[in-house]
Design a protein around this ligand. Structure first.
Ligand code: SF4
Length: 931
């Protein structure tokens, strides 16, 4: 086709436009009518030329071929089911469309079976990030080949390497470390098994057979609610989101579900049609608060004060479920007034047990042993012929002949709640006193009631105290263990439903033969991090030393040695690390080898030595599950891994083979690992890793997990590719309720309905922790403690946001277009005015730790006295200096270092110090930046 240039004044003679508004509306209506004409029916492709005469707005348009182009967008060669693995908690099943060997788009699969006609269903689920993932697959950030660093770390200078060269380099270094420095100098970091367990297990199996250290993630990212292990003896157990619909009272407490639980927020908002009232508690007026019946703009960090004040009203006004409290909690248990320790069997008789406890039986007028504690022979918590007193003080004769006074946990709690009168709580929280009172009365009378809890309150230094105070509210009112009730915490896909099969695959010789490490502690000790605060007059180093010496927390490598190699996959350690500037110049600098396995060039990859390209979410076989629903579904290979990428499973298999090859070539003798009395023959590592050839492919690995778990009995990867399936049962070793037909999953029915002991020292929901450090630091009971004092005026708030899942999608073109395209800090206009700042100014945010420079956005919904930057911005993504973690540092809470206390023991991602970061404060000023 040839085109003749047309001068501006030439071309088709202009006709007088006859398109008046009236004509336009008429044209539109006629256009709609034309869809009923031949050529516009569903059976025939629509042809715009059927628009005739003066109504065709395209009549004079020269080239109409694009119409066909648009039609072809909606054609495809094949559709494959897959999902996303970014720890969003969504776990949404998607269909990926492929045409001519190219992934062209994705669409929500919408075929989750419905639980019950009485509950809204899970279809369709998804979010805007998932809806544009296909662009990531082909984006410039995509890693295509193995890379070996040629410049300084972070400089971005690389050379392309072959897989063989890159794997040989890594294998030789890992073996060198084992033989010369010890296997505990090789450290492995990956996160959130439930989002892609096969990928996780590829690396964990290698760590296992190498004797390496597996780091935790859930505590490090401060997503672990430590109050749950303390009170319930579980890592986290929450109801699935369909159960929100059963609630009659929903408290969104520091959880912005409209932004962070996009596929599930509807269950809460639809619950209002089912008679629910919603209360939103958040310092900023966010997009979830607008759906609430009551919104409270609470002062940051005062949530525990509010909870304690409400608990006082519940007690004072007897708005409690007393039979529930007597049976299900430790509040009737006796405590020796002088020592503040529980009265134990060992106090009452020689040779008595340390883990048998007592209540005061009002019928018999004497102490009675509580059934169901860790030392009790009875496996039920049901009271039989005993009526425990909740109040009062009593005299008890001890084994040594002395008589002491004892009282109940309830009495101790009641006296500690006296410190939270209504007016004081109103003043601390900044909330109206009469509304707090109304809230308490509603919470005590509207059943069932639940708290939906998130990172907002959980990321404070005293997160455990806040968790415990909130759990107290739903326990006093008898809401835990009931559909529509409870304290439901959602921050991440930390827990995998088919747990048994997962652990068998992840650590084949058993978890007792694996080195595990809390990452907060590891990062602090092996870097130049320094917490300047004193705790009860002692630095945190004192508590760390004691904890490690007592065997409460492990610390690898032992004996003051430094970690030497660091392997990261499915994670962005450096970008997301608290105090990452300090880590970069100490821990990071000291590592000899950093390997990142990734599908995109993120900050950790950029600062690594070797980068291995992983397949994207649409080029792998894996499984996916979440706390938010009770289904499992799959990743699928829409295409084989693109470029030179490989699946995580295949990468670790290739690395295992390379290690065996190097060990054979070097003639290495088996390494005697004394810790486990294990002679590690690395020439056989590949064979061990693949289960003697029985688990070679990722599909075999997925089937291994499914076939070794009660939850997924009868399921295979192939039949899950057809449709998501609901779990068929729960493993009682791991879960606290059954999967029930037609009923949404909610935890702790085993305890409430079947009277099984809680997984705690006392066998009850345990609000009293009589460990010496808890007593010394005055935290035996839930309490409010002020945030850690910092000298700057503005709280630094870095919550989960709407336009990324952590750092994934932060650099996505489509998501950047929904914001201002670069990191922004939000500030209330009063704070901005005080500092002479205007919207879109460049600002410097600083404190004694560091600084960052970015743009300012004025946000009326922000709380004065606080600034917010949604987290996850890559360090290289638009900051003029620094990054969002440049202002933070690692603070370890002493009480989170304890162990060997009944149910409170170190376990990976269950108990260990959290990497909190909400107590940080900053100042903001205008920055001079060249435009
Ligand atoms: S990113 Fe998460 S929430 Fe969004 S669609 Fe994917 S799985 Fe669902």
């Amino acid at each position: 086709m040839s085109h003749t240039p047309v001068k501006k004044s030439e071309g088709t003679p202009k006709r007088k436009s006859r398109v008046s508004r009236r004509n336009f509306l008429y044209t539109t209506a006629a256009g709609a009518a034309a869809l009923a004409l031949p050529g516009c029916r569903k059976s025939e492709p629509p042809v715009l030329s059927t628009l005739a005469g003066e109504f065709d707005p395209l009549r004079s348009y020269p080239y109409r071929g694009w119409e066909d182009f648009y039609r072809k967008i909606w054609t495809w060669d094949k559709v494959v089911r897959s999902t996303h693995s970014a720890n969003c908690t969504g776990s949404c099943s998607w269909k990926v469309y492929v045409r001519n060997g190219v992934m062209v788009r994705e669409e929500q699969a919408s075929d989750y079976p419905r639980i019950s006609k009485d509950l809204p269903d899970y279809n369709p689920r998804g979010c805007q990030k998932g809806g544009c993932f296909v662009e990531y697959v082909y984006s410039p950030q995509r890693l295509r080949y193995p890379l070996i660093r040629t410049g300084a770390r972070g400089e971005g200078k690389w050379r392309r390497a072959s897989w063989d060269e890159a794997l040989t380099l890594v294998a030789e270094k890992l073996l060198d470390n084992v033989y010369n420095y010890g296997p505990d100098t090789n450290t492995f970091f990956s996160v959130i098994p439930a989002m892609s367990p096969v990928s996780f297990c590829g690396g964990s199996r290698l760590a296992h057979y190498l004797g390496g250290v597996m780091l935790s993630f859930y505590d490090w990212y401060c997503d672990l609610p430590p109050g749950e292990p303390l009170t319930w003896g579980v890592q986290t157990e929450a109801c699935e989101c369909a159960d929100w619909f059963n609630a009659k009272y929903i408290v969104l407490w520091g959880s912005n579900i409209s932004q962070t639980r996009i596929p599930d927020a509807h269950f809460a908002f639809e619950a209002r049609y089912n008679g629910a009232k919603i209360v939103a508690i958040s310092p900023d007026f966010n997009s979830s608060c607008m759906h609430a019946d009551l919104y409270w703009q609470i002062n940051p960090g005062t949530d525990a004060a509010l909870a304690m004040g409400v608990a006082k009203i519940l007690m004072d006004e007897n708005l409690m479920d007393v039979p529930y409290v007597k049976e299900q909690t430790d509040l009737p248990l006796l405590v020796v007034t002088g020592t503040k320790r529980f009265l134990r069997e060992s106090d009452l008789k020689a040779g008595g047990k340390e883990d048998v406890f007592f209540v005061w039986d009002t019928k018999g007028g004497r102490p009675a042993a509580t059934p169901g504690s860790m030392g009790s022979a009875e496996k039920s918590i049901r009271w039989s012929g005993v009526d425990p007193a909740l109040t009062g003080s009593f005299q008890v004769k001890l084994a040594d002949g002395n008589t002491v006074e004892v009282t109940t946990v309830f009495e101790l709690l009641r006296s500690s709640l006296a410190a939270y009168p209504l007016e004081k709580v109103a003043q601390l929280t900044g909330l109206p006193a009469h509304e707090i009172q109304t809230f308490a009365r509603e919470l005590g009378t509207r059943k069932p009631a639940m708290i939906i809890h998130g990172a907002g309150t959980n990321h404070w230094f005293h997160n455990d105290l806040a968790n415990r105070a909130m759990i107290l509210l739903v326990a006093l009112t008898g809401n835990v263990g009931k559909n529509g009730g409870g304290f439901n915490h959602y921050v991440g896909q930390e827990r995998i439903w088919p747990e048994h099969g997962f652990f068998e695959l992840a650590f084949p010789e058993g978890r007792k033969k694996q080195r595990f490490q809390n990452t907060t502690l590891w990062s602090y000790v092996h870097s130049a991090s320094k917490d300047p605060h004193q705790y009860n007059g002692k630095p945190i180093e004192w508590y760390i030393q004691e904890s490690v010496k007592n065997g409460w927390m492990p610390l690898w490598p032992t004996g003051g040695r430094k970690p030497r190699a660091f392997i990261v996959w499915r994670a962005n350690y450096l970008n997301q690390a608290k105090g990452n500037e300090v880590l970069e110049t100490s821990l990071w600098r000291d590592l000899d080898l950093i390997v990142d396995i990734n599908f995109r060039m993120d900050t950790t990859a950029l600062y690594s030595d070797v980068v291995l390209p992983a397949s994207s979410y649409y080029e792998k076989v894996d499984l996916n599950s979440t706390d938010c629903h009770s289904y499992i579904h799959t990743f699928g290979k829409a295409l084989d891994p693109l470029f030179e990428s490989r699946t995580d499973w295949d990468i670790f298999q290739a690395l295992a083979q390379k290690i065996s090859e190097v060990a054979r070539r070097k003639g290495l003798q088996p390494y005697r690992d004394e810790k486990f009395e294990w002679s590690r023959d690395f020439t056989r590592l590949a064979d061990d890793w693949s289960g003697k050839g029985s688990i070679v492919t990722d599909e075999q690995a997925a089937d291994f997990i499914l076939s070794h778990s009660k939850e997924t009995k009868g399921m295979t990867y192939r039949n899950l590719q057809a449709q998501p399936k609901r779990f068929v049962a729960t493993d009682e070793e791991a879960w606290n309720s059954d999967i029930e037909e037609g009923i949404a999953y909610t935890p702790f029915k085993h305890q409430v309905d079947k009277k099984r002991p809680w997984r705690t020292l006392t066998g009850r929901q345990q609000f009293y922790i009589d460990h010496p450090w808890f007593l010394e630091l005055d935290e035996a009971l839930p309490a409010y403690k002020e945030p850690i004092p910092e000298k700057f005026p503005l709280y630094w708030n870095t919550p989960h946001g709407r336009w990324s899942i952590h750092s994934t999608w932060r650099d996505h073109r489509a998501m950047l277009r929904l914001q201002r395209g670069m990191p922004i800090v939000y500030m209330h206009h009063d704070d901005a005015r005080k500092r002479g700042l205007r919207d879109n100014d460049w600002v410097r945010i600083f404190n004694d730790i560091g600084q960052c420079i970015c743009r300012l956005q004025i946000l009326p919904g922000e709380k004065p006295g606080r600034v917010t930057m949604y987290h996850g911005w890559e360090k290289f993504l638009g900051f003029q200096q620094g990054g969002w973690q440049s202002l933070t540092y690692i603070k370890i809470k002493p009480t989170q270092l304890i162990g060997k206390y009944g149910h409170v023991n170190f376990r990976l991602n269950y108990w260990g110090p959290t990497g909190n970061n909400r107590d940080i404060k900053v100042e903001v000023e205008k920055a001079r930046v060249k435009a």
